[in-house]
Design a protein around this ligand. Sequence first.
Ligand code: HEM
Ligand SMILES: *[C@@H]1O[C@H](CO)[C@@H](O)[C@H](O)[C@H]1NC(C)=O
Length: 471
Amino acid sequence: MAIFVHYLFIILISTVISVVSFLLHRSRRLRSLRLPPGNLGLPFIGETLQLISAYKTENPEPFIDERVKRYGSVFTTHIFGEPTVFSADPETNRFILQNEGRLFESSYPGSISNLLGKHSLLLMKGNLHKRMHSLTMSSVSYSIIKDQLLVDIDRLIRINLDSWTDRVLLMEEAKKITFELTIKQLMGIDPGEWSESLRKQYVLVIEGFFTIPLPLISITYRRAIKARRKVAEELGKIVRERREGYERGERKSDMLGGLLGHEGISNEEIVDFMVALLVAGYETTSTIMTLAVKFLTQTPLSLAQLKEEYEEIREKKSEWEALEWRDYKSMSFTHCVINETLRVANIISGVFRRTITDVNIKGYTIPKDWKVFASFRAVHLDHDHFEDARTFNPWRWQNVQGTSCSGNFYTPFGGGPRLCPGYELARVEISVFLHHLVTQFSWVPAEEDKLVFFPTTRTQKRYPINLQRRC
Ligand code: HEM
Ligand SMILES: *[C@@H]1O[C@H](CO)[C@@H](O)[C@H](O)[C@H]1NC(C)=O
């Protein structure tokens, strides 16, 4: 017995010694590495408060601007409890995106990953991610949008606009539209009471994303967890019914139909997958719809040009004829407007990653397990890459092919293995929305409404507008 205690004691001591020497070694190692320049701020909270207060202003990039000026386009800071390297450099951003899975992996705050569900595409890694990413890509490819989704996008957007009164909160309407479209695309269900009540729950889940993930502290988070469970139950019911149908030989061509056709994907995995798509397409697409309208309203020349583009299309069609793929392709100025809206009002301002190993970049070393933030917005708003970068100017995208505007500098949909699978779908939805809005209505903002940039880009009052139907 005594020997045993003695033995335990030795183990304990040697563990303590190795932990201490590991820590010493680590801090010495950190000092010997050449980190990107910067300031780690106060212990633990670092520069988090500066970050949050910076984004309460109307300036889109105050936090990054100030530090880029002082330290250069790659710098170190300390936010949300961790040291983090920020990049406002297009080359570094590209390097980060392309080396996903090799040197970096995506990293979400605990609140978001808990609410997404563990089988979410956003959280998957390695080969499983590769497989599910390409499955998602193919389920919203050009040809699927063209042959299957476009008809419903046109129809559901018209039905929504038909129900509008003389005043709407544009952001709310746009969210309702994108939610209904995603539900239709995922499982072929037309909007109605079921989808509206699902959306109410879903909104509570999203609200939980930006809270502290501790149920005891945050009511919003507790409510979000509960809502997540309800959403999963509702979707789970549909998936079970559809799987029974599938086993009886029923085939449907929506995304759920495609997933059921794949061996070895469980119902729970399908539900998480669907929640991820709902999350990824909802705020993003609807915010761009709303902000495009806001920028167009503030730039009457661009709105007039858009109207002309749409009248040309309508002239060749009867009043109720749906938009076709070639109409979408012919909307060249619309594409400029969408690109420019995505540039000046990046909703996904950048992406967080974690280093899997020590990474050498631009003569610096980022230690293993550190957070990295590749800021797309900082590049998109940099005067070195875009002339008069902070002004909405859709004409800059005309004759843009081959200029410095595209390629590395412009990444609203990310890149590399995690490139947004919905990039074409989002463009189509926004184009069809703008087309019907502009041809059917004229409008004026009902109130002053400001852009805010934190924690997400949006307008303060959800953009209320007064509408008049064109005859
Ligand atoms: C204007 C609208 C949109 C923007 C700006 C946008 C932007 C992005 C960005 C930047 C990423 C990369 C995230 C990262 O690298 O960590 C991403 C990923 C993703 N997006 Fe989108 N997105 C939009 C619409 C959509 C839509 C409509 C869908 C629905 C199909 C969608 C589905 C996804 C999914 C599933 C991912 C995760 C991909 C992965 O991690 O492999 N997005 N999106
Ligand atoms: C819009 O941006 C994309 C890159 O995301 C580019 O491929 C496309 O050519 C741009 N469209 C226009 C009209 O400039």
